[in-house]
Design a protein around this ligand. Structure first.
Ligand code: GTP
Ligand code: SPV
Ligand code: MN
Length: 594
C-alpha cells in the first residue's frame, strides 16, 4: 500500500506519458532481485558467469555507444543560465520540456515501468535522503538495489508526506542523438533518457547524490562531494578518518580499500565509502561524513590481487560486471587482472586472444558489488552519525608538476588547492583521454550550480567552526612519471606511507618545510623503510619547480576568470600570494645567472 499521495500522483502522471505495459513497485526483496535477474538471463541482458568461481555474478554488455558518462549531454536546468555557471551545460526548464520531455512520450510502450524507492545514507541518519527512480531498465533496478538501500526501507523513511527526489529514467532508443541527462536543482528533479550506463542511469549516484545534493547542501549548509571515506587505524588502535576527492578513475576505490604495505607494523584501513561523501558540521564543531551509497560501482581494469585485493574479495560473489571480457570457462577478465586467458570473448562478445590488437575489457568496464562484502568495510559504515573527518585530500592524475604530497597552510589555502586541481582525463567519461583539464575538487562534472558559488560555500563552511576543528587539507599525486612515462611512485598499498605523514601532521607530529605551493614533508618525514626507492626518485617526487608552477598559475588565472564576479576574492588573493612566493623563489636563481 502506497501511503504517499505525492508519490502516487507522480507515478500516475509519468505512466500516462510513458505508457508502459505494466507498472512494478520495487520492494528491494531478495525474491524480486532473483526474478529480475532470471528475466534478464532469458532476454540476454545478463549473461551467467561461472557460478562455481563467481556465485551470483553476471555479465552485462552495454550498447557500444553507451559505455561511459556523456558530459556534453548532461545539463543543469535553471531559469537563468548564470545559475548553472560556466562549467555546466545549461538548458532552460522550458527548453527541457520542449526538447526532452517528448522523448518520454510513449517511451515505455511494450516495457515494464519500475518504481524504485531508495534511501541515500544509513537507515535512521539525519543526513539520509529519499529518492524515487522510475525506470524501464531492469538492469538499472538490480544495480540500484546494490548501490542504494532500496525498496521498503526507503518507503518507511518517506512516510506519508516526506520529501523525495524525483528521478525519471528511460533507456529510450539508446541513441546518443536522443540522450539527455537533465537536472532541475530547484525542483530537485532528474530526467535521464537514452542511456543505460552507470552515472547516466543509476540516478541515485552522480545525478542525485552529487548534482542535486550539492545544490541542497548549498541551501542547507552542508557539502556533497566526490570523495572516498576511510579510516586508518594505527598500532595503538586509534582510527583517523580521511576524505579524499580524486576525479573519476583516479584512485578513490583503490585508496579506500587499500591493504597497507606496512600492515605488519600494525596499520589497518577501514573502508567507509569509495565515491561520494555527504559532510556536515557536527555539534562538536567537527566535520562528520556519511557515505550515501551502499555498494561500489568500481573500475575493473587495473584491479588485481596485487593492486586491490580487497576489491577482488568483494567482487567474488553477487556482483554485476559491465563490459568486462569473459574467459572460456566463463570467468570475468580485464586488463591487469592476471595473465590473459588464451581465449576469451571481449566486452562486445567477440572472440579475443592475447594477440588481438584491441583490449578485451572496455577501459571503463565496471563492477557493481555490495559494500558489506568488502573485507575492509568499516564498522561505522551503517552509522547514522557518520565519521569525524580529520583530513581532506585533493588529488589528480598529473604526470608532471604536482608533488607526491603537499599540505595547505590553512582552510582558505586548502580551498584554493582544491579549486585549482587539474587532472588528466580518463575513460570514465566519453571524450579524449589524457588531456589535463581543471577539475576543482573533482567536481567539475558533478557540481549542480555555479562553481564560483560552490567555492564560496566551501570558504563559508570553514568559517562556521573553530579553525582547529576543521579538517586539514592536503594535495596528493600518485601519478607523476619519469621521462619514459613510468610511474615514479609505486602507489596502491604503498600510499599508506603518505597517509601516515598526513596523519602525523593532523596529530601535530610530522615534520614539514615551507615551499611556495604549501608545506612539503621533510627529507625523512615519509617512512620509506622496506621500499626500494632511490633517494633521487623521492627527490623528484617532492620536487617543486617554481618556473613550471608560475606557468601553472596562468592556467589557474584563466580558469578563475571564467567565474567573473562570482569568483570569491579570497581565492584571487591566494592566487596572488602564490605568484608572489613563486617569483620570490625564482629571484635568487635569476640574479645568479650570468
Ligand atoms: P571512479 O569510480 O571513476 O570515480 O574512479 P576511482 O577514483 O574510484 O578510481 P579507481 O580507484 O577505480 O582507479 C582507477 C584506475 O587508477 C585503476 O586502473 C587503478 O588501477 C589506477 N590506480 C589507482 N590507484 C593508483 C595508484 O596509487 N597508482 C597508480 N599508478 N595507479 C592507480
Ligand atoms: C565516475 O565516473 O566518477 C564514476 C562512475 O564513479 S559513474 O557512476 O558512471 O559516474
Ligand atoms: Mn566517481
Amino acid at each position: 500500500m502506497i501511503r504517499h499521495a505525492g508519490l502516487k500522483s507522480w507515478v500516475d502522471e509519468v505512466a500516462a506519458t510513458t505508457q508502459p505495459d505494466q507498472i512494478e513497485w520495487c520492494d528491494g526483496s531478495e525474491a524480486e532481485y532473483r526474478r529480475l535477474i532470471d528475466g534478464m538471463l532469458k532476454t540476454g541482458t545478463l549473461i551467467e558467469l561461472n557460478q562455481e568461481t563467481h556465485p551470483g555474478c553476471y555479465l552485462h554488455r552495454s550498447h557500444p555507444s553507451d559505455v561511459a558518462r556523456t558530459e556534453h549531454l548532461t545539463f543543469i536546468c535553471t531559469e537563468s543560465r548564470e545559475d548553472a555557471g560556466p562549467t555546466n551545460n545549461w538548458m532552460s526548464p522550458a527548453e527541457a520540456r520542449q526538447r526532452v520531455w517528448p522523448l518520454f512520450q510513449g517511451a515505455m510502450r511494450g516495457r515494464t515501468m519500475y518504481v524504485v524507492p531508495y534511501l541515500m545514507g544509513p537507515v535512521g541518519s539525519p543526513m539520509s535522503k529519499v529518492g524515487v527512480e522510475i525506470t524501464d531498465s531492469p538492469y538499472v533496478v538490480v544495480n540500484m538495489r546494490t548501490m542504494t538501500r532500496m525498496g521498503q526501507v526507503a518507503l518507511e523513511h518517506l512516510g506519508s508526506d516526506g520529501f523525495f527526489v524525483k528521478g525519471l529514467h528511460s533507456i529510450g532508443d539508446l541513441s546518443p542523438e536522443r540522450r539527455f541527462i537533465c537536472h532541475f536543482p530547484k525542483e530537485r528533479e532528474i530526467w535521464s533518457v537514452g542511456s543505460g550506463y552507470g552515472g547516466n542511469a543509476l540516478l541515485g549516484k552522480k545525478c542525485f547524490a552529487l548534482r542535486i545534493a550539492s545544490a541542497m547542501g548549498r541551501d542547507e549548509g552542508w557539502l556533497a562531494e566526490h570523495m572516498l571515506l576511510m579510516g586508518v587505524e594505527d598500532p595503538r588502535g586509534e582510527i583517523t578518518y580521511l576524505a579524499a576527492a580524486f576525479p573519476s578513475a583516479c584512485g578513490k576505490t583503490n585508496l579506500a580499500m587499500m591493504v597497507p604495505s606496512l600492515q605488519d607494523r600494525g596499520y589497518r584501513v577501514h573502508t567507509v565509502g569509495d565515491d561520494i561523501a555527504w559532510m556536515r558540521l557536527g555539534e562538536d564543531g567537527r566535520f562528520w561524513a556519511i557515505n550515501p551509497e551502499s555498494g561500489f560501482f568500481g573500475v575493473a581494469p587495473g584491479t588485481s590481487e596485487k593492486t586491490n585485493p580487497n576489491a577482488l574479495a568483494t567482487i567474488r560473489r553477487n556482483t554485476i560486471f559491465t563490459n568486462v571480457a569473459m574467459s572460456r570457462d566463463r570467468q570475468p577478465w580485464w586488463e591487469g587482472l592476471s595473465e590473459p586467458p588464451a581465449e576469451a570473448l571481449d566486452w562486445q562478445g567477440r572472440p579475443w586472444t592475447p594477440a588481438s590488437p584491441t583490449k578485451a575489457a572496455h577501459p571503463n568496464s565496471r563492477f557493481t558489488a555490495p559494500a558489506v562484502q568488502c573485507p575492509s568495510i568499516s564498522k561505522e559504515f551503517d552509522s547514522p552519525r557518520g565519521v569525524p573527518i580529520s583530513a581532506i585530500l585533493f588529488g589528480g592524475r598529473r604526470a608532471r608538476l604536482a608533488p607526491l604530497v603537499v599540505e595547505a597552510r590553512g582552510w582558505q589555502h586548502g580551498v584554493f588547492l582544491g579549486a585549482t586541481m587539474a587532472s588528466e582525463t580518463t575513460a570514465a567519461a566519453t571524450g579524449e583521454v589524457g588531456v589535463v583539464r581543471n577539475d576543482p575538487m573533482a567536481m567539475l562534472p558533478f557540481c549542480g550550480y555555479h562553481m564560483g558559488d560552490y567555492f564560496a560555500h566551501w570558504l563559508d563552511m570553514g568559517r562556521r567552526t573553530a579553525p582547529e576543528k576543521l579538517p586539514r587539507i592536503f594535495q596528493v599525486n600518485w601519478f607523476r612519471t619519469d621521462e619514459q612515462g613510468r610511474f615514479l611512485w609505486p602507489g596502491f598499498g604503498e600510499n599508506i606511507r603518505v597517509l601516515l605523514w598526513i596523519i602525523d601532521r593532523v596529530r601535530g607530529r610530522g615534520e614539514a618545510v615551507e615551499s611556495p605551493i604549501g608545506l612539503l614533508p621533510t627529507r625523512n618525514a615519509i617512512d620509506l623503510r622496506g621500499l626500494d626507492l632511490p633517494p633521487s626518485v623521492m627527490d623528484k617526487l617532492l620536487h617543486v619547480e617554481p618556473a613550471d608552477w608560475l606557468e601553472e598559475t596562468e592556467r589557474q588565472r584563466a580558469f578563475f576568470q571564467r567565474f567573473g564576479d562570482r569568483m570569491p576574492k579570497a581565492l584571487w588573493q591566494e592566487h596572488a600570494a602564490l605568484r608572489e612566493r613563486l617569483l620570490a623563489a625564482l629571484r635568487p636563481a635569476q640574479s645568479a645567472a650570468p
